[in-house]
Structure formats: structure tokens, C-alpha cells
Design a protein around this ligand. Structure first.
Ligand code: PLP
Length: 404
């Protein structure tokens, strides 16, 4: 198809449900950290499909595995065995310390599964009153009813009320509020170790200690939503353990399939023992294509040095963005770890994101005033330098415009 951006926009305006505010560009090809639009223009991709294309675009090993799998066998359902679920699950167990996985197709489904498994755990224990959840202000865990119920933003929630009953939100700067909210009616606390959509905000050590304390005091389960922060994004397999947390359940998605939709709920043995056949399921979940892609990604991460690579370039990225913040007063704070970075601005981030795109750099805006950087995990140091140089020019240009 040789369509222009305008052709695509006109068709979408007629036939696509208008749930997204898209930026005016259509991509047709990618290679590594580069994307190419319908006019053949090149962009440096520092958002990687919101943390998804972890190996970059058109990664040769992933592309070959997907092509081979498509030509061999795509899907058989969970009525039958195939080789890749267990392979992906055993690698995830090695990375997370949680021995069992339930596969699904997205982050929101991974969170739904974790919420259901937490309730099922208490139901099996005979504690049928333990149905409540505690979630965090600023948290984002998805858009389906369960995950939306533990997502904080009123803008996403209000039109869809009533949501799941019994969810209490706690300010992540307020350990005392957590202490008060978690009771022997709480099934689980759900927390992103680094809030992603909320503006790249790592939990404090003090709050993490309060989480552990609340779980120990009441027996409440801890769900770490690592859909964005997990699987090497921070230079660590997961960020919860870096904070001293020992979750019973971890939700993963995004990076896992490198662009092929696959998510998973990772489950401790004590929770797993409470789950029976038929408690949860998915027609597509854990299909050959998705789990084979996951095996390719996990092999790169664990055996081919990708995790060490993120550690190294993540430090370089931090150094460069901190220097950028010293130069541009509009950047009031730099947050994040590894290749998950947020530049907190004193102004709306939209004009900065738009200017960056005009100059051939893709980043995005989150929490209104935050420029978010989520490059592919394979990003090279030279491309980090290039991105930061482009941002330098962007901040100078937009700041000059704002002053004018
Ligand atoms: C922490 C977190 N959890 C869950 C989700 C939902 O994932 P998905 O969009 O794949 O359903 C997201 C998506 O941004 C996320 O960042």
C-alpha cells in the first residue's frame, strides 16, 4: 500500500473509533532505533511503542523466529501443549524468583489476572471477606474494568463508574495512610515500583519499607505491576527487588514480546497452590507466536548481554540528561532509572514533544509536564548522545518561543 499520511488520516477519520489523539505521522518501516514515515523521513525512536519494541525494530533474530513460527504453527489454544510456554515461563521464573506464569496478551490482562489470583488465594483460604485492594495515587494499571479500578486518574475512571468495589487509593508519599488503609480485609496491594504513566516516579525507600511492613502485619499479598518497569528496562530484571520488595505476584507485558502482544502474571508458589483448573483462561494467551517471541527476547536479555548493556548505557543516559537539566531551567527534575527516564518540566510538555518530532526525535508526554524517554533496550550510546543533542536544541528553541 502506497498511501500518504493524508490518505490514512482521512480513512481513519471515517472508520476508526476516535479513542486516540494521534500525532500527525504514519510509520511504515523500522530498523533498530530508527523509524521511517510514509514520506521516507527518518526518526530516532526514544519511546519504542511505549516501552514495547525492546529489541528495536526489525531485530533479525526476532524477525526470523516470528517468520519461522508463522510458517510452522501459530496457534493451537490452551486445550493442548506446545513447547514455548514452559520455556518462556522457566526463564521468567529465573528472572523473577516467582515459579509460575499465566500467559495473556497485554499488560491490562496481566493485571486482571493478578487481581483475580489474589482474590482466589483468600477465597481458597476460607477468608472470603478479604476482597479489597489498596492501590496508589498516580498509579496506572490499564483500562479494562479490574485494572481501571486500581488506576487512579479520575479522567479515565469517571465515565465508566461503577468500577470494582473496595479499592482504596493511598498517596505514595504517605506511609501512615498506607498503614491505615491495609487491613485484614485487604486481599492485595498493587503498586508500580516506578510509576510510568504517572510521570516516571520511583517509590521511595521509606514507602517501600511501609509496603513490606503492611503486608507482613496483615498477610496482604503484594502485586508489583512491572508492565513498564520490568524485564530489564531499569538495568535490573525487575525493580521491586531493588526497593527491597518481595511481591507475591508480578504483572509483565510490553517488552516481553518485543512488539508481539504477550503479557504474563507471575505467581508465587503459595498463590499458585490456591488456583484450580478453570479459574482463569484465555483463548490466545500463551500462543506459539507470542511465547516464542518472549523466548527470543528473554534469551537476548539473559544470555546475550542485553541486561548488562542497559546497565551501562543507562548510566550514560542519566549523566547526559542530568547535564541537560542543568542547562535548561524548564527541566525542574530528572527521574527514573536505566532506560526509563522522565524530565519533569515547569510547563506542559506538548510543544517540546512536537518540536522533537519535527526534528526527527520521538519522545512522549506523560502526566502533562513530563517528557518521557523509553528507548529500545538495545539503544547504543551514540544514539543516546544524538537524542540528547536533539533535546538540547528542542529545549533551546521552545524556551525561546515561550519567552518571545
Ligand atoms: C504499569 C502498567 N500497567 C499496565 C499497563 C497496561 O498495559 P496494556 O496497555 O498493554 O494493556 C500499562 C500500560 O501503559 C502500564 O504502564
Amino acid at each position: 500500500m502506497n498511501l500518504t499520511l493524508e490518505d490514512i488520516q482521512a480513512r481513519e477519520a471515517r472508520h476508526i473509533l476516535q479513542t486516540y489523539r494521534r500525532q500527525p505521522v504514519a510509520f511504515i518501516r523500522g530498523s533498530g532505533a530508527r523509524l521511517y514515515d510514509t514520506a521516507g523521513r527518518e526518526y530516532l525512536d526514544f519511546i519504542s511503542g511505549i516501552g514495547v519494541t525492546s529489541l528495536g525494530h526489525a531485530h533479525p533474530t526476532l524477525a526470523a523466529a516470528i517468520a519461522e513460527q508463522a510458517a510452522t504453527l501459530l496457534h493451537t489454544s490452551n486445550l493442548y501443549y506446545h513447547p514455548y510456554q514452559a520455556e518462556a515461563a522457566s526463564r521468567l521464573a529465573q528472572l523473577s524468583g516467582l515459579p509460575r506464569a499465566f500467559f495473556c496478551n497485554s499488560g491490562t490482562e496481566a493485571v486482571e489476572a493478578c487481581l483475580k489470583f489474589a482474590r482466589r488465594y483468600w477465597y481458597t483460604q476460607g477468608a472470603k471477606e478479604r476482597t479489597r485492594f489498596v492501590a496508589l495515587a498516580g498509579g496506572f494499571s490499564g483500562r479494562t474494568f479490574g485494572s481501571l479500578s486500581v488506576t487512579h486518574d479520575e479522567h479515565y475512571r469517571a465515565p465508566f463508574a461503577p468500577l470494582l468495589e473496595g479499592v482504596t487509593f493511598v498517596d505514595p508519599d504517605d506511609p501512615a495512610a498506607l498503614e491505615a488503609a491495609v487491613t485484614d480485609r485487604t486481599a492485595a496491594i498493587i503498586a508500580e515500583p516506578i510509576q510510568g504513566e504517572g510521570g516516571i516516579r520511583p517509590l521511595s525507600a521509606r514507602f517501600a519499607a511501609a509496603l513490606t511492613e503492611a503486608c507482613t502485619r496483615t498477610g496482604t499479598l503484594l502485586i508489583a505491576d512491572e508492565v513498564q518497569s520490568g524485564l530489564g528496562r531499569t538495568g535490573h530484571p525487575f525493580y521491586a527487588p531493588v526497593l527491597g520488595l518481595r511481591p507475591d505476584l508480578i504483572s509483565v507485558g510490553k517488552a516481553l514480546g518485543g512488539g508481539v502482544p504477550v503479557g504474563a502474571a507471575l505467581v508465587s508458589e503459595r498463590v499458585a497452590q490456591a488456583i484450580s483448573a478453570g479459574d482463569h483462561g484465555s483463548t490466545y494467551g500463551g500462543n506459539l507466536l507470542g511465547t516464542r517471541a518472549a523466548v527470543v527476547f528473554l534469551t537476548e536479555l539473559m544470555d546475550r548481554g542485553l541486561l548488562d548493556h542497559v546497565k551501562t548505557v543507562g548510566v550514560h543516559c542519566e549523566r547526559r540528561v542530568r547535564a541537560l537539566a542543568l542547562k535548561h531551567p524548564v527541566i525542574v527534575e530528572v527521574r527514573g532509572v536505566g532506560l526509563m527516564r522522565g524530565l519533569q518540566l515547569s510547563l506542559d510538555a506538548t510543544p517540546f514533544v512536537d518540536e522533537a518530532r519535527t526534528r526527527g526525535l520521538l519522545v512522549n508526554r506523560t502526566d502533562e509536564k513530563v517528557v518521557r524517554l523509553l528507548p529500545p533496550l538495545t539503544i547504543e550510546q551514540a544514539d543516546i548522545d544524538r537524542a540528547v543533542d536533539l533535546l538540547d536544541a528542542v529545549f533551546a528553541a521552545v524556551a525561546a518561543e515561550v519567552r518571545a
